[in-house]
Design a protein around this ligand. Structure first.
Ligand code: SF4
Length: 96
């Protein structure tokens, strides 16, 4: 059994699953209000998810810890910006 089997988002489909990408489709009239609506959906599932740590580790494994790393979507209950800040903090702690 994989940790993914315990993921709170495991069976999501459609708009709820898409919300995790936090994409704002300006051409479709979406605004930052839609960004925050999507973020609330993602946090609703991520908040109580029992495999947040594993999910976050997977995100950093794939994104890396670099400065210029591209990051997309919510993983481990963290937005791309939150993961970037965590990576910066980890780098600063590793190189005081
Ligand atoms: S922490 Fe969030 S994105 Fe990761 S597995 Fe859990 S619900 Fe899914």
């Amino acid at each position: 059994m994989s940790w993914r089997d315990s993921a709170a988002c495991r069976d999501l489909e459609g708009p709820n699953l898409a919300a995790f990408m936090l994409e704002v489709d300006a051409e479709a009239g979406e605004t930052m209000r839609d960004y925050y609506r999507k973020l609330r959906i993602a946090r609703y599932f991520c908040g109580p998810c029992p495999v947040q740590n594993e999910c976050l580790a997977m995100a950093f494994e794939s994104e890396g810890w670099g400065v210029s790393t591209t990051r997309y979507g919510v993983f481990g209950n963290m937005t791309p910006t939150e993961r970037r800040k965590l990576a910066e903090k980890e780098r600063a702690n590793a190189n005081p």
